[in-house]
Design a protein around this ligand. Structure first.
Ligand code: BTN
Length: 347
C-alpha cells in the first residue's frame, strides 16, 4: 500500500487553502494581496505555494497587478482536489487517498477498527484486489474510475443495515444520471445501462447484537475506462460513463457530487426512516415488474419481481402464485427498458 507523495502537512494545508480560494474565484483573478492576507503568508510564500500546485499539474495563470486564476485542474482524486468542491458536513471531509491498495474497503475497514470517524473516505487510483459482492472481484484499472469506500457510523439496529445499500444505490444512480447516462438500479444495488454494469456497491458491516458499530460502504463507478481497459470477460458486461456519453468525466467533481447526494439521502434516512428512500429506489429501479431469475445463497427463484419490502427484501411471485422474500442475491434475466438519452447536467 503506497500513499500518495504529499508535502509536509503545513504546506499541504496552504496548498488546499490557496486552491480553495482560486476555485471560489472561478474565472476571476484572485489578487496575491488577498491570498497572502487571508493566509497570513508573504507574497513570496504565496508564489512558492502556487508553483508547488503547478508542479502537481494545476494550470494557474499569474498576471501582474491582477493576481492568480485557476485555468485547469489535473484529474486526481486527493483531498487537494476534493475539499474545495465539497458541499457536505461529514462525508469526504477526511480523505485517505492512495495510488494503489488491495481494496479500499479493506483499508476503510482497518481504519474504522482503529477509530476513524463517520464520513471518512478512502479512495485509490487502482485496486489490486478489488472486492465484489458474493466473493467476486471488482476490476479496477488505474487512474480511470472511482474506487471509494466511506466509513459510516449510523445510529441503526444491525438488521436495518441492508437499507444503507439501497440508500447508496439511489445516491449513485442520481449521480450517474446527472452525468448524462440513463442508469437504472438492478436489485439490490447494481447500476446498469442497457444491461451493462456501470457501478457496483459492496457494504460491509461491524455490529454488536443491538447496534451497528460501523458500515463500510464501497462504491465502484466506471467513469473513464474503455472496454479495452477491462479484462475480456468484464468488457462483455461492463460499460462506463465515457463509453456512454463520449465525454471524459473529471473524477473530483463527480465524487463531490456523489458525497453530497449520499449525505442528503443518509440524512433523509436518519430523519424519516426507509420509506422515502424506498419510494425513490422504486422510481429508479428496473427490476420491478420484470421476469427475473434470482440466484440466492442456496437456491434459485424464478418469477416476477413484485416489490421491495420495508426492509429492502425483494418480493418475487413465482409461477405457482406464491411470493418469496429474498434478502440477498443476484438478479438475472432482467429485460432492459429502453431509456431515452438524457441531456448532461452539472454535477
Ligand atoms: C459488486 O460486486 O457489484 C460490488 C462491487 C464493489 C466495488 C467497490 S470498488 C471500491 C470498493 N472497494 C472494493 O474492494 N470494492 C468496492
Amino acid at each position: 500500500m503506497q500513499a500518495l507523495a504529499t508535502a509536509d502537512l503545513q504546506e499541504a494545508t496552504h496548498e488546499e487553502l490557496i486552491l480553495g480560494l482560486l476555485v471560489e474565484g472561478g474565472s476571476d483573478f484572485v489578487s496575491g494581496e488577498a491570498l497572502s492576507g487571508k493566509l497570513g503568508l508573504s507574497r513570496t510564500a504565496v508564489w512558492k505555494v502556487v508553483n508547488a500546485l503547478r508542479r502537481k499539474g494545476y494550470r494557474i495563470e499569474a498576471v501582474p497587478s491582477r493576481g492568480y486564476r485557476l485555468l485547469e485542474s489535473p484529474d486526481r482524486l486527493t483531498s487537494l482536489e476534493l475539499l474545495p468542491l465539497l458541499e457536505t458536513h461529514d462525508l469526504g471531509r477526511t480523505v485517505h487517498s492512495f495510488d494503489e491498495v488491495d481494496s479500499t474497503n479493506a483499508v476503510a475497514f482497518r481504519l474504522a477498527l482503529e477509530g476513524a470517524e463517520h464520513g471518512e473516505l478512502v479512495v485509490a487510483e487502482r485496486q489490486t484486489g478489488g472486492r465484489g459482492r458474493r466473493g467476486r472481484s471488482w476490476s479496477s484499472p488505474g487512474g480511470l474510475n472511482l474506487y471509494a469506500s466511506f466509513i459510516l457510523r449510523p445510529d441503526l439496529l444491525p438488521q436495518r443495515a441492508p437499507e444503507l445499500t439501497l440508500v447508496a444505490a439511489v445516491a449513485v444512480a442520481e449521480s450517474v444520471r446527472a452525468a448524462g447516462a440513463p442508469a437504472d438500479i438492478k436489485w439490490p444495488n447494481d447500476l446498469v445501462v442497457g444491461g451493462r454494469k456501470i457501478c457496483g456497491i459492496l457494504t460491509e458491516l461491524s455490529a454488536d447484537p443491538d447496534r451497528v458499530q460501523f458500515v463500510v460502504l464501497g462504491i465502484g463507478v466506471n467513469l473513464n475506462a474503455r472496454r479495452e481497459d477491462f479484462p475480456p470477460d468484464v468488457a462483455e458486461v461492463a460499460t462506463s460513463l465515457l463509453e456512454l456519453t463520449g465525454r471524459p468525466v473529471p473524477r473530483a467533481p463527480f465524487t463531490a457530487g456523489l458525497c453530497r447526494r449520499l449525505e442528503e439521502w443518509l440524512d433523509v434516512h436518519g430523519a424519516e426512516g426507509f420509506r422515502p428512500v424506498r419510494e425513490r429506489w422504486r422510481a429508479l429501479a428496473i427490476t420491478l415488474g420484470q421476469e427475473v431469475l434470482v440466484k440466492a445463497e442456496r437456491r434459485e427463484i424464478r418469477g416476477v419481481a413484485v416489490d421491495v419490502d420495508e426492509d429492502g427484501a425483494l418480493r418475487v411471485r413465482t409461477e405457482d402464485g406464491t411470493e418469496e422474500r429474498i434478502l440477498a442475491g443476484d438478479v438475472e434475466q432482467v429485460r432492459s427498458r429502453v431509456a431515452p438519452p438524457m441531456p448532461p447536467r452539472a454535477w
